[in-house]
Design a protein around this ligand. Structure first.
Ligand code: TYC
Length: 99
């Protein structure tokens, strides 16, 4: 067994405990409720009922939690939401926050 440097030990800790990121949808006045529900089902793999609840929470409280992921997956989800919104001419935005 070789000796590890402090940086190697930090890498090992990071591999074992990758930071997690919360992905939120943000409210706006123009995106349709049906489109938000569809995004929650297809991008975030929610059931219809879960999707409806999250959509209504965003609508009432301006922001709603869609899921918690590693950094790469969280960034991909945000990009997928923005591309789908853009392609459908909706201003829907998603954000990510370190847990
Ligand atoms: N506020 C939108 C409306 O009344 C619905 C909406 C919900 C938009 C959630 C964005 O993330 C959102 N049509």
């Amino acid at each position: 067994m070789g000796t590890s440097t402090n940086l190697e030990l930090l890498d090992e800790i990071e591999l074992k405990y990758p930071k997690k990121y919360k992905v939120y949808l943000l409210n706006d006045d123009y995106t349709s409720m049906d489109f938000v529900i569809d995004i929650l089902i297809t991008v975030f793999h929610k059931t219809y009922k879960e999707a409806e609840n999250i959509m209504l929470e965003v609508h009432k409280k301006e922001k709603g939690l869609c899921g918690v992921y590693t950094h790469e997956i969280a960034e991909t989800k945000v990009m997928q939401v923005h591309k789908r919104a853009r392609d459908n001419s909706f201003p829907l935005k998603a954000t990510l926050e370190e847990e």
